[in-house]
Design a protein around this ligand. Sequence first.
Ligand code: PEP
Length: 253
Amino acid sequence: MRKKIVAGNWKMNTDYAEGISLFSEIVNIVRDEKKGDQIAVICAPFIHLNSLSKLGGDTVKIGAQNCHQNESGAFTGEISAKMIKSVGCEYVIIGHSERRQYFAESDALLAEKTKIALAHGLIPLFCIGETLDERNNGNFFEILKGQLENGVFGLDEADFAKVVIAYEPVWAIGTGLTATAEQAQEVHAFIRSELVYRYGEEVAEDTSILYGGSCNPKNAAELFAQKDIDGGLIGGASLKSRDFADIVKTFNA
Ligand code: PEP
């Protein structure tokens, strides 16, 4: 059965004290108000992770926003998958559009990061998405297909079955522009059909595909009601405890 997941991406926001305080608020609200079996995750800055993992318990799980593709070594300033796992993280975002755009992360590099994350028992939240130009040119299905093929389709079935895909149209991230529920569902159905083609019906049916891009408490219900949308990757709204918890609660039974 595919999991319903709402994952927050705090990006480069909150100092340590602010992060602890915001996370504690989120845990308290989610603990009191969540009713279903949906999974809440916060992907926080690296320096917060060790402390947050002790506060979240099973109520709110912890993720990193990136990891290095190598096991260890002379990579000054970098953080490895093993280090992330060692502080109690379960998830790691791989291939966010900001990493692709500002840090020139290629599909080939992201494939390596995904492999090492899996090797250390982390669940990759693997992001794909098209730019506005690509959407307007009408070639976005090809773009998304390429990101899947070159990013994760090299994995064997057992490894791929652990991956969560996040569809994040670049034009909707942090812009206030949301894909309509129909636009998002169309792409999610396309992604699932590609998964069927590569891994078969059963794996495709069990893979969680999250939507990300200006998702908020007002639009989450319509988006999450779509057949192939299994939750969200939430940027701005995850920095407000009430908003993030309300998005998590969208799945309440
Ligand atoms: C994101 O950064 O993954 C994201 C979806 O951001 P926002 O919700 O702010 O658009």
